[in-house]
Design a protein around this ligand. Structure first.
Ligand SMILES: Cc1cc2nc3c(=O)[nH]c(=O)nc-3n(C[C@H](O)[C@H](O)[C@H](O)COP(=O)(O)OP(=O)(O)OC[C@H]3O[C@@H](n4cnc5c(N)ncnc54)[C@H](O)[C@@H]3O)c2cc1C
Length: 450
């Protein structure tokens, strides 16, 4: 392979690699995306598309005033982000969340990159660390084995592998709508479609207790000793939540608050299982928050005890997956470059951020930082008062290196507001203060990058 000195090479065309390529190509760089699919597959991807969503079809909250993920959406939109603008085109009703029709979404991302005059796509697996040229490694949680080994050899730090789990998807036609009803929690949403975006299955106390018993007794995929210690807390399998306490699910994904059973308004459900639309046609629904490592047979048996799902047909059952990420606080500089080989940047989930949005955001940033470097500009650090800056500051130094674990964006990563009082009563004002400040600072930073 001939490496052009003025070309940016990106390994991996997922959320991060696609966004990085878009940003760099729009700034005038020549970009080559190296994507191993469809030649080499992963167990979670189904297509050869760039920007494929491997599990949930949601980019989570779109609230840019009160939510840190929503703020990250806003910041990416301001920066002409490909992932956000494509998500907008394929948006599905989801009661305040930004959910999309996954296949048309990934097809659009692929088409936009393929037709860009500055981008070419090479469908190959990169198995070694590149020695020259300018590179971004954005190979994600399922980085291929040989490249992972090469990274390990270079960093001599252990690439950490751990498991979380994917939620099952049910065919809508197999759900008993005499028992279930459509409603978003607290009727949240601007339109009737948004206010009825979720499909709810009610449980009384006996049904809930029986469900917990079934979960606890179900046959699970066994973990090797120590593996579960690496769980990412936001993505715990439901049976692990149930093991932590019989009430945990009732205060988590099965909480009954903000919902009234349209089929039986007088009876307050003791717990509620929520499903959310998974495609534009409305034929598929995923069970929200029901990641699991139960064996397939056990999953079917347990989920069919949920009222309205007694005849459920599953388009996909839950599963476990691996996550590869590097110890960014020790390995990367504040420009996301590998300290030992500064011609290589890392971006996306492999840097230790968690989720589609955070990964795309780190791709956006890595792309822009590469552009600045290759065009001889010096950019100031991204202010840590922005969602983008808070995240990158965390992974490249803010986090404790010894106990470094994947991180979602959250207001806990932001510096305190001057003169703001802490405490629950002022939370709404505080969050608004964070997001107002972030927006100003992000716009000021962006203005310096052009
Ligand atoms: C099973 C599973 C379920 C998940 N569920 C969710 C979820 O519900 N919500 C959520 O927000 N996040 C979820 N995640 C995390 C999600 O995958 C990431 O947050 C996001 O996709 C990461 O973006 P990325 O660009 O870093 O990696 P990816 O989107 O995975 O992209 C990496 C790309 O690199 C390619 N690649 C890998 N190795 C090589 C190589 N050696 N050479 C060339 N190409 C290579 C891969 O084929 C892939 O296309 C899940 C992850 C997994 C594995």
């Amino acid at each position: 392979m001939t490496i052009m000195k003025n070309t940016l090479n990106i390994i991996g065309g997922g959320m991060a690699g696609s966004e990085a390529a878009w940003q760099a190509a729009n700034a005038g760089l020549r970009v080559v995306i190296h994507e191993m699919r469809p030649k080499v597959e992963t167990f979670a991807h189904r297509t050869g598309n760039l920007g494929e969503m491997v599990c949930s079809n949601s980019f989570r909250s779109d609230d840019h005033e009160q939510n840190a993920v929503g703020l990250l959406h806003w910041e990416m939109r301001q920066a002409n982000g490909l992932i956000m603008q494509t998500a907008e085109k394929h948006r599905l009703p989801a009661g305040g969340a930004l959910a999309v029709d996954r296949d048309p979404f990934a097809e659009s991302v692929t088409a936009a990159l393929k037709s860009h005059p500055n981008i070419s796509i090479s469908y190959d697996e990169i198995t070694n660390l590149p020695t020259d040229g300018n590179w971004i490694i954005a190979t994600g949680p399922l980085t291929s084995g040989s490249l992972a080994k090469a990274i390990q050899a270079e960093t001599s730090a252990e690439a950490l592998a751990f498991f979380d789990a994917i939620a099952p998807i049910v065919y809508h036609e197999s759900i008993n709508m005499d028992v279930a009803w459509m409603q978003s929690r607290y009727d949240k949403g601007e339109t009737e479609e948004e206010r009825t975006a979720y499909l709810n299955c009610p449980m009384n106390k006996d049904q809930y207790e029986a469900f917990i018993d079934a979960l606890l007794a179900a046959e699970k995929t066994e973990f090797k000793e120590g593996e579960t210690a690496g769980y990412f807390d936001g993505c715990l399998p439901i049976e692990v939540m149930a093991e932590r306490g019989r009430e945990t699910l009732r205060f988590g994904p099965m909480k009954p608050v903000g919902l009234t059973n349209a089929n039986d308004p007088e009876n307050k459900p003791y717990a509620v299982v929520q499903l959310r639309r998974d495609n534009a046609l409305g034929t598929l629904y995923n069970i929200v928050g029901f990641q699991t490592k139960m064996k397939y047979g056990a999953q079917k048996a347990v989920f069919k005890t949920i009222p309205a799902l007694e005849n459920a047909e599953f388009a996909r059952l839950g599963g476990i997956h691996r996550n590869t990420f590097i110890n960014s606080p020790t390995l990367l500089d504040e420009q996301m470059r590998l300290r030992s080989r500064p011609n290589i940047r890392f971006a996306g989930q492999i840097t230790g951020v968690e989720g589609y949005v955070e990964s795309a955001a780190m791709g956006l940033l890595a792309g822009r930082l590469a552009v600045a470097e290759l065009t001889g500009k010096t950019l100031p650090a991204v202010p840590n008062t922005t969602a983008m800056g808070a995240l990158v500051t965390h992974i490249t130094g803010g986090a404790e290196a010894k106990t470094f674990q994947p991180m979602n964006v959250n207001f806990g990563l932001f510096p305190a507001l001057e003169g703001a009082k802490n405490g629950r009563r002022n939370r709404k004002d505080r969050y608004k203060g964070y997001t107002d400040r972030a927006k100003l600072d992000w716009q000021a930073w962006l203005a310096q990058t052009v």
